[in-house]
Design a protein around this ligand. Structure first.
Ligand SMILES: [Zn+2]
Length: 56
């Protein structure tokens, strides 16, 4: 049995708690590109989807 695993990363969207601008961080922890503040709130997409495909 051959099993293939595919990890799909969903681009995260964060919102700065200081200037309330939304942005997509390139890395997990990144400063706000608008004002440089840290500690943004993650709005969506902080998931890694693990897909498995089984071929018989
Ligand atoms: Zn900001």
């Amino acid at each position: 049995m051959h099993v293939e695993l595919t990890i799909r990363r969903i681009p995260a969207e964060q919102q700065c708690m200081v200037c309330f601008q939304k942005y997509h961080p390139a890395q997990r922890e990144v400063a706000c590109p608008h004002c440089g503040a840290r500690g943004a709130k993650v709005i969506s997409g902080e998931e890694f989807f693990l897909e498995s495909t089984e071929e018989k």
